[in-house]
Design a protein around this ligand. Structure first.
Ligand SMILES: *Cc1c(COP(=O)(O)O)cnc(C)c1O
Length: 374
């Protein structure tokens, strides 16, 4: 089965991981800081902390901005469940705002209408790699006195109005899962423009532990002494995986070029196919495409999915709107709450897109789709 996404690992990556394995540190060693520094350079200079997954990054981000019971977090239903689940685990009430019809990104007007005095954070998702509407969302967040979080699991390498992902929101979270734009196996990162927020993120991801003498309650306890000042978890990304990430980052530009070329080819080959909607791109964005999401009209998405899978093309649906998952349905969330998101889900299909997708495999995917839609 041709997958919808997969990693690109080369000999340099393997050599980098091997070198880290031969080093003194499997876990927290020098490569962690080197990876974070290199990542910062790709995030418009925003400081960051490497963590064990995109989910850990979101959980850490919400902790760092102080999300707690009684707070509301506004987010999009067109995302992976973790965007909402990690805020719910901090006790927040999740408020789903609807998406724009074209990009399927969070609609700033819908967010504005959902703001209350309890709104603590607004989490946008750069769906498929296309940046959310950060200019409008920033205005809404400032008016609401809420933190703007960008779940950039899809979008490292993307640019919005000349500004790279990582420098667009107050806090940005990344995922390095193998299907994403770059990989560390499992992995992720949190970037924050405010050093105090970044410090809290770093602390949460490292057991809430305080070591620096100036912050200790008992600085004279002894050289071994460290203190927990707030509860945290072990979300540290190991040295070995940071070595893979550092090596992958060197090729991020190449990855972007390869994905852009494949997207242009899809756009050309699929133009004018009846009953097919192609991805929408705003003129002021330069996405690093993670997904190639098309829309299948006339209620035929299920049929297209089944027939393409039967033909060996591993298409995917991204995503079941999060409010329709049973965990939210059991809390009273219902179909009808976000009509644009639900319509998008009913029609959405992701075609294979990854750096090493061959032209022949791409053509095979296009032919399989054309064979169904005529
Ligand atoms: C992949 C993904 C996550 C979770 O990342 P993991 O690294 O798989 O934990 C969160 N949000 C979005 C939008 C994602 O696509």
């Amino acid at each position: 089965m041709l997958p919808y996404g997969r990693q690109s690992v080369d000999d340099d990556d393997i050599a980098a991981v091997t070198a880290a394995l031969r080093g003194d540190f499997l876990t927290t060693g020098p490569t962690v800081g080197a990876f974070e520094a290199a990542l910062t350079a790709h995030l418009g200079g925003t400081g960051c902390v490497a963590v064990t997954s995109g989910t850990a990054a979101l959980h850490t981000a919400y902790a760092a901005v102080g999300v707690r019971p009684g707070d509301e977090v506004i987010t999009t239903p067109i995302t992976f469940a973790a965007t909402a689940a990690t805020a719910a685990l901090h006790g927040a009430t999740i408020v789903f705002a609807d998406v724009e019809d074209g990009t399927a990104n969070l609609d700033a007007a819908a967010v504005d209408a959902a703001v209350t005095t309890r709104t603590r954070a607004i989490t946008a998702v750069d769906y498929a790699g296309h940046p959310a509407e950060y200019e409008a969302l920033t205005k809404v967040a400032r008016r609401a006195d809420a933190t703007l979080i960008g779940d950039a699991a899809h979008s490292i390498g993307s640019v919005y109005r000349g500004v790279p992902v990582g420098a667009l929101a107050d806090v940005t979270t990344l995922s390095f899962f193998p299907t994403k734009n770059l990989t560390t196996g499992e992995g992720g990162a949190v970037a924050a423009t405010d050093p105090a927020v970044l410090g809290r993120a770093r602390r949460f991801a490292n057991q809430g532990m305080v070591r620096d003498r100036e912050h200790l309650r008992a600085p004279d306890e002894g050289g071994w002494h460290q203190e927990v000042h707030s509860f945290g978890l072990n979300y540290r990304l190991p040295d070995v995986l940071c070595a893979l990430g550092l090596s992958q980052l060197r090729r991020l530009g190449q990855f972007k070029t390869a994905r852009a070329r494949l997207v242009a080819r899809y756009n050309e080959m699929l133009a004018g196919v009846p009953g097919l909607g192609l991805p929408v791109q705003r003129a002021w964005t330069d996405p690093m495409w993670h997904l190639y999401p098309v829309r299948i009209a006339d209620g035929r998405r299920r049929e297209v999915y089944d027939r393409m899978r039967a033909a060996g093309i591993g298409v995917q649906v991204n995503y079941l709107p999060v409010h329709l998952h049973p965990v939210f349905a059991d809390l009273g969330y219902r179909r009808g709450m976000c009509p644009a998101a639900e319509r998008f889900y009913d029609e959405q299909l992701s075609l294979p897109l990854f750096t090493d997708l061959t032209d022949a495999d791409q053509e095979r995917a296009v032919e399989a789709l054309r064979a169904v839609l005529g």
